[in-house]
Design a protein around this ligand. Sequence first.
Ligand SMILES: Nc1ncnc2c1ncn2[C@@H]1O[C@H](COP(=O)(O)OP(=O)(O)OP(=O)(O)O)[C@@H](O)[C@H]1O
Length: 882
Amino acid sequence: MTASDDDIQPTEPSNSTTPHSDTRLVDRSKLSKMYQHYVEVKDKYPHALLLYRVGDFFETFFQDAVTVSRELELVLTSKHGGEVGRVAMTGVPHHAWERYTTQLVEKGYAVVICDQVEDASEAVGLVRREVTRILTPGTLLEEGMLKASRNNYLAAVVIAANHWGLAYADISTGEFLTTQGSDLEHLTQELMRLQPSEVLFPTNAPDLGILLRPGETSPNLPQCLPPAFCYCLRSQSSFSQGEARSRLLQKYKLRSLEGLGCEHLPLAVRAAGGLLEYLEDTQKENQVPLQLLRSYTVTDYLIVDHQTRRNLEITQTVRDGTFHGSLLWALDRTSTAMGGRALRRWLLQPLIDIKGIRARQDTIQELVENTALRQELRQLLKQIYDLERLTGRAGSGTANAKDLMALADSLSRLPELAELVVEANSPFLKALQKVQPVLEELAAKIHAHIVEAPPIHIKEGGLIRAGVNNLLDESKATVEADQQWIANLEVDERAKTGIPNLKVGFNKTFGYYISISRTKADQVPANYIRKQTLTNEERYITPELKEREARILSARDDLNQLEYEIFVALREEVGAQAEIIRNLSRAVAAADVLCGLAELAVNQGYCRPEIVPGREIEIVEGRHPVVEQSLPAGFFVPNSTQLGQQSTVNSQQSTVNSQQSIVNSQQSTVNSQQSTVNPDLIILTGPNASGKSCYLRQVGLIQLMAQTGSFVPARFAKLGVCDRIFTRVGAVDDLATGQSTFMVEMNETANILNHATTRSLVLLDEIGRGTATFDGLSIAWAVAEYLATDIKARTIFATHYHELNELAGMLTNVANYQVTVKELPDQIIFLHQVQPGGADKSYGIEAGRLAGLPAVVIKRAKQVMGQIEKHSKIAIGLRENL
Ligand SMILES: Nc1ncnc2c1ncn2[C@@H]1O[C@H](COP(=O)(O)OP(=O)(O)OP(=O)(O)O)[C@@H](O)[C@H]1O
């Protein structure tokens, strides 16, 4: 909805000088004709801002004027609206409507464009105006309004008790998917992954059509829908099973939804049908070409919850939310916008299907090994524009001639691409080997029809080449002849009249005229008709000149119309091939991603990880992909990781073992070093800033990259496929929900313990720090123990609680590792090396001393520490109680 409806209290103007600012309260019979029409249109779109074309401006009136002026910081003024008096008004120049509309849509408003659809000069009475475009955050097509590097998703959600359906589409690229599930937490996570610009939600609330802007709440929205998005409340009928199903069948001309994989997914069907209905409702003019609907299952992919995505800094950094410093930043070597978007999608939705992962790896490997192919491919890809979106604009009738030329240029590169990969063996390159002849023909046709550098406007002529249409050529020849006659007129008339400075000119008001300086006015021939007198010149017309002019102007209008029709027909031909073009675009995007990853692998020295069905995580000399790129070459210290027992040790055995095992932490360290099986849980200790967090994230990122199909920053890696990656990193107050640091930490930990499985990777950084030391330590201990024995998830647990090192003495699948430092008399050197064993010192007191805490405080702290250590043999105590 527009805030306009809610924010502005409906009050009649207190006196005649206060402009009217509410269409609901104004006496419509006293409005002048144009305003009456405005109000009629506004009634149809009460929840959108209406931009109404008046001459060279798009104007908004009444409540919309107030909202637009506030949101865009434009002057709120008023206009005479008829007998009612003045009406609130704000306007923007018509040529800048996209810029202003973008800002409004970004702020979560829907905008309706009501344009003039006839030439004002030809209009009899009121100029005819029609709604030509409805823009909502999730239905943008305009190039300037979209970010090239990311998809713009419109989502639709259906919830039935604990079950849900979710459909989403990017109408600019045609992608259209649907799914359903039975855990509402998965729905929240899917929405967080997609970051949709707009979410449709069916309700029987009275204010249907309302668009809730990010952060606006409504009792009609269930808790599982994150408040960060725009929600559009829709009627339930279009989301009903019957209506949704028949809409889908009709759209795809099918008899059953079996082929789309959703015949037996009623909630997925309802969501997809509701989404389609919304598009039909809002995109009347522009028939959006959507690809075939695809069904998927959330659990078919590696589940990375929002928290983990944030902590691992996949698309933006935690600290300042920037792209620079994120994983995507470090990995993106794509050459096309389509490839950039695909890489983002892949990183946000890694695979669990080993075959799928290996297919991507095979392609990267081929490109790593074949340098010439890789380089040439990258060069060629750089010449391919955003085919997905260009096709979308062609199909929806919003493309201009430049768009079609860009599309044709790109399509004509495809045969070269096919030629280049003709001998390739890997699946993603083979997909480029065949270009359907229809695409080559289409490119050739566009090139043959449209001039080399066409103008942006498509209704003002100058688009179509000679030789395309006989009528066009003939009319052009006539116009040119007439123009030539006018061009010659100056020379001829000068000769005839003997007036050397006689000129032929043109202006919008009078058309063509003959200009003569006033001093020569007495030499003007009798057939000249005086039209205008200026300070120094007189302007004349002649009947012949006016006749030619009329011919030129009317022929030019016809010509422009004919050119426009030829262009539109051509655009429709492109739209008709949308599906073929987009299928190939998807293949180009995938090849681009893999080519970029191959380039990265070569430049950064990545290895191909061996992906196995087991649980092992074996990384030799792994590096953090982002930190490594931020440091000078050779500065990053690689570290290895071994996790995930391969032996058949079951929990009973491990408990028995733990009872027999040696108790103190030093001995247990020795124990874990001698062990041949990999631990499930690593307790990682080390001083502040030694590199614990970095190591933790490094393992998570390597696993995630591997399941994306990428090579990884390591000398060697053998990785079992994970079902989920969990992280609990840092401690930040969640001010937005009013939760304390500790509660946030506990919520996240609870989520992990409730959802992790033996195939999950759990990365915990500091648990229990937000409360009293002993409470914190006790919780940390119990959590670690539970993960190691009950869940047996592969876990790295970074902590400053050295007491946790004792766990390794109790449980055989726990090992201690530490990040080492070198202690010099008055400084600590960070070696950043992860080695077996538990750190027995935090250097916290050391750090305090270096920071200048008074000597007595340091001394006393050491005494306290000594006392605490005496009482910290937790393992002994626990065992005695058993
Ligand atoms: N393996 C490494 N090689 C080189 N530099 C590293 C390495 N690991 C970490 N660093 C550097 O050390 C800094 C501190 O690392 P990190 O934040 O991981 O420490 P920490 O042990 O988690 O600290 P704290 O306990 O205070 O959270 C990083 O910003 C990074 O620049």
